[in-house]
Design a protein around this ligand. Sequence first.
Ligand code: FRU
Length: 534
Amino acid sequence: MKRSVHTARFDIVLRCRALAVACLFLMPPPHLRAQEPPTPQWRPALHFSPAEHWVNDPNGPFLLDGTYHLFYQYNPAGRVWGPMSWGHAISTDLLHWQEQDIALPATQREDIFSGTVVYDSQNRSGLGSASAPPLLAFHTSVFHGNPAHPDDTQAQSLSYSLDRGAHWQAYDRNPILTLQPDSRQFRDPSIIWYPQGQCWIMTTVVADAQLVKLYRSTDLLHWSFLSDFQPSGYRKPGMLWEMPLLIPLSLDGNPHETRWAMIVSVNPWSIAGGSGVQYFIGRFDGTRFTPDTLPPEGSDPSAYHWLDHGADQYAAIRFANTGSGAPLLIGWMSNWDYADTLPTSPWRGQMTLPVQLALKTVDGQPVLIQTPTATYEDLVHRQGVSAFSDRQLGPGQTWHAPLGGDVLDIHLTLRRGDAPRAGIVVRQAPDSRTGTVISYDFTSGNLTLDRSHSGQVGFSPRFSLAHVAHLSAPGGVVSLHLVVDRNSVELFANGGVLRMTDLVFPPAGSNGVSLFSDGGHTQFTGLRISAPAR
Ligand code: FRU
């Protein structure tokens, strides 16, 4: 049963963690370890993945002095979830990352779960100085053998850096926030500056209660409770809420019309199965977040807002300290349903492409719009392009693009003809036996990303095969933007109104791209393919 997957993961791993931590220190050097054959054909070119070992949630990403920092849930001892540390990588373009030393290592007495980093530029915490403002990493501590906290309970702690993220030390009064009584489910602090109140706001969850808790602070050290957010709506037994984020956005670009997005990762029971990210749009008054509208109780999951309709986006988090531009978001490109069976080696886990967020009215309601970052678009525009502006395909016709590859950026526009369905195949094998199919059904308005014949799919029965979402086609036109990497397909439809992120594991050499029209004619009114090299 789905509900047990995530909780069982914690229980089993926590029980075995003493052993796992011991292994970390007793482990033979890498060259003496037996490993599965490496899979360079699936090593992402445009997405962060660690050189080796397990990764889940992105943690505490921020921008400082032109360098993006990314931390992440990392098991330095293997390719399964284990003693949780914060790994660390840096980048200047959000596309190419350099791994750094582990920032916050797990110890025998503590696992370091997810959280955020705050740049305390005014040194309000007093942990740095005016000339060396501190960076504060807020994370969840999971205690083991700590006389002050029952085993496996969770509380919020902080570590700080006085050298711009190179070294970190634990605050000596940790934890800074606990629940009474101690809880095993109190985690994932996320913090934003709230200028109207001249304070920071923290969101955390009590995961198994599907509850977000809000706190405020003026010094980042002392936190007072504000309110709980626990709306009626889409809830299921065993569903966990994790990684809550509160983000202000201008509606339709109007700076006088602010709305707030409350983004929550849910696992399991997400829209595409297993884990995924839900969001609510509403108002925040400095104390309480109130959603503008909620679908009636018992509505279908598709009545709610989802950040992604594919299966492989979870634990999305915002980059801190990026200034007044569009918020930047990055997620874990995987799913708790099958994350520990993915066939990559010597690493397992990677991040989604970072995106910029906007809020626009679509079909009468505010919707998050997600588009790749300016740095991504710059890279794409520096590359050679294959394009056409108009092409009609008749019933059953296929057109093979002259430019293919395993790392591609593709823009495609389709206009309704008399075909009920049309689309594109990427990562297509030369004999066409495998490929990932993205199709639009003009009759039902359903957009489908079908990975059932994308290559290796049998490593887990939970690796769901086709993802479907409703998309309107104003004037009968649909536009698709695809980011194809060596082991993933990310789809941004109609300018980022709808997003689908899916892992795929194609055979090497499956580099074809083709268009098709089923049962009638379709007008392909634009195609642009480029191959953003590494
Ligand atoms: C989300 C999550 C978080 C937790 C972390 C542990 O994927 O379960 O709630 O902090 O992963 O690795």
